[in-house]
Design a protein around this ligand. Structure first.
Ligand code: X8Z
Ligand code: ZN
Length: 603
């Protein structure tokens, strides 16, 4: 899967090193070393992702143990290979070799200590944490003492559709109870991972993650704050307006002005995207419907038809169709007979155009958007799978997350009408504001959440946040950035970060923050390539081959060059920049400011 634990066979590597390399290494030795690592890693990663795929689509003790054992092997190999690569430090290497060695060090989200027992523990804990999340269920007894259980999908349905304060609270609280048992495991995971990170030359796991952006970790952290400052005023305006509307619905006693919003009222388990409460905050009721979910349901869209709809956008740009094996091997729906990880993901299991998605698709607009997101990953895979395996990655991980999302920015009402999912698309000011607000609930609302998850983890990894303060630090950040608060008192018995997939699964999260910003840069660049002139929010590149060519050129680079070069090829800029996002939402921004006049904003 994308960016899980990668790991294997130190002995094989050592034996393969040319004899001369043992003494005084040359640039030619380094080149040979890089080639060898690429071929070893391909073999190991194929084994690993095969085990991961099987585990994620069939969670049992056996599949978990199997995946953990292969992960252990990969972790061992990585640790040794990275140490071996130090021999080439200070040599003048060709660009590809230097980049390969750099990527070797930063391409995994976790590193293990060389101590075999500790490594085995780390791999077992990692598998266990993800399993706890995947199997998580909230069970309760009714008055007659009969127990019934709800999984995440069912609890999310409550969060997205219920408008009953107490029912929402029950579902929210229920899901946040599943992560309590993760706490001691996570603490141990952090300790072992940090030990591994130190062995390969990083201060801690956070330092390893931040080193993967072709700039110093400090410069990267500053860059994320620079981007946040660009978008924060827009977020604050949105927050203020939404809070005012929620107060009308639930009462000012439950949603007071000048205070954080209770986290269970925003239509999403993590308050990360708020599109599900659009009906509660719609600026101009009675205008043309934007309800794609209703259209999907009434037109009997099944998961395959939804995925085909996504694919057809990519092929309209001149990109190739998905391979036949994609349709045979993907998991589109939740199996009834076994536990699976429903959290959506995209895969190239054998690093050889073996594309898949793994989802539990429901006929909703939210899932249609996620399908485009996942296909964005698969299209990256399909255009770089012939590169050496260490180059088979996004220019940075935010790029990978941004491709499908950039495509969704072209899903305009006009496009939806063309494919029969919306009836009419009158172009007036009221419709525009409705539409922009709906988009902002998804794109803008997410920004602080996208940033804070790793603010929390960076502090946990560095030791700035002690285990005794895990939950306190979590809610301090959620309040600071998102302006949300837990709806019931929390204690250090709780482990609320663990109720978000990427924490137990150890998937870095800043990538999604970057992607929300990059996707607008990509969208603007594709619109320009298509020769589009007009407001950015009205552009759709559907059917435009020039836009497709521009995109393909970037995808084909994979991670072979620093991301600044890939960005330059795509947009003519070398910096991540939120200006296109701000431009896209400029009509809404003005409107929000009007609405918020006289309100007590902030928290
Ligand atoms: O995890 C995902 C994708 C898989 S890479 C479904 N996303 C983040 C999330 O769900 O929290 C996409 C948006 C943010
Ligand atoms: Zn993704």
């Amino acid at each position: 899967m994308l960016s899980t634990v990668r790991v294997a066979c130190a002995a094989a590597l050592l034996s393969a090193l040319p004899a001369a390399a043992q003494s005084k290494p040359t640039a030619a030795d380094a080149k040979q070393f890089a080639e060898r690592v690429n071929s070893d890693l391909k073999r190991l990663w194929v084994k690993q992702s095969t085990a991961e795929w099987i585990k994620s689509t069939y969670i049992t003790d056996d599949t978990e143990r199997n995946a953990a054992s292969i992960n252990e092997e990969v972790l061992a190999y990585m640790n040794q290979a990275i140490k071996d690569s130090r021999r080439f430090e200070g040599l003048k290497l060709d660009a590809d070799t230097a980049r390969t060695i750099h990527l070797l060090k930063v391409s995994s989200a976790i590193a293990a200590p060389s101590d075999a027992q500790k490594r085995a523990d780390l791999a077992a804990i990692a598998a266990k944490l993800e399993g706890l999340y995947g199997k998580g269920k909230y069970c309760k007894k009714d008055n007659a003492g009969k127990e019934s259980c709800k999984d995440l999908g069912e609890l999310e349905d409550v969060l997205s559709t219920s408008r009953n304060y107490d029912e929402l609270l029950d579902a929210w609280r229920g899901w946040h109870s599943i992560s309590q048992p993760m706490r001691p495991l996570y603490e141990r995971f952090v300790a072992l991972g940090n030990e591994g990170a130190k062995e390969i030359g990083f201060a801690n796991i956070g330092d390893l993650w931040k080193s993967a952006y072709d700039m110093s970790p400090d410069a990267f952290e500053k860059d994320t704050q620079r981007l946040w400052q660009q978008v924060k005023p827009l977020y604050d305006d949105l927050h203020c307006y939404v809070r005012g509307q929620l107060a009308k619905k639930y009462g000012a006693d439950k949603v007071p002005a000048g205070k954080p919003i209770p986290a269970h009222l925003l239509g999403n388990m993590w308050s990360q995207e708020w599109a599900n409460i659009y009906p509660l905050v719609e600026p101009y009721p009675g205008q043309a419907s934007l309800d794609v979910t209703a259209a999907l349901k009434s037109q009997g869209y099944d998961p395959i038809k939804m995925v085909k709809t996504g694919e057809s956008f990519f092929t309209s740009l001149g990109l190739k169709p998905l391979p036949q094996t994609f349709w045979e091997r993907s998991q589109f729906t939740k199996p009834r007979d076994r536990e699976v990880v429903c959290h959506a993901s995209a895969w190239d299991v054998t690093f050889n155009n073996d594309l898949r998605i793994k989802m539990c698709i429901k006929p909703t607009e939210e899932d249609l958007v996620t399908i485009h997101h996942e296909l964005g990953h698969d299209y990256y895979f399909t255009y770089y799978y012939q590169l050496p395996v260490l180059f088979q990655a996004g220019a940075n991980d935010g790029f990978h997350e941004a491709i499908g999302d950039a495509i969704t920015l072209s899903i305009t009402p006009a496009y939806l009408k063309q494919i029969g999912l919306l009836k009419d698309v009158p172009k007036n000011e009221k419709n525009l504001i409705n539409l922009q607000l709906k988009d902002a609930l998804e794109k803008v609302a997410f920004l602080p959440f996208g940033l804070l998850i790793d603010q929390w983890r960076w502090d946990v990894f560095s030791g700035k946040t002690a285990p005794a303060d895990y939950n306190k630090a979590w809610w301090a950040l959620r309040q600071k950035y998102q302006g949300v608060a837990p709806p019931v008192a929390r204690t250090e018995q709780d482990f609320d970060p663990g109720a978000k997939y990427h924490v137990p699964a150890n998937v870095p999260y800043t990538r999604y923050f970057l992607a929300r910003i990059l996707q607008f840069q990509f969208h603007k660049a594709m619109c320009e390539a298509a020769g589009y002139k007009g407001p950015l929010h009205e552009c759709s590149v559907f059917g435009n081959k020039e836009a497709g060519k521009r995109l393909q050129a970037m995808l084909e680079l994979g991670a072979s060059k620093p991301w600044q070069e890939a960005l330059f090829a795509m947009t003519g800029q070398r910096q991540m920049d939120a200006t296109p996002l701000i431009e896209y939402f400029s009509p809404l921004r003005q409107w929000l400011q009007q609405q918020n006049k006289g309100q007590t904003c902030g928290w």
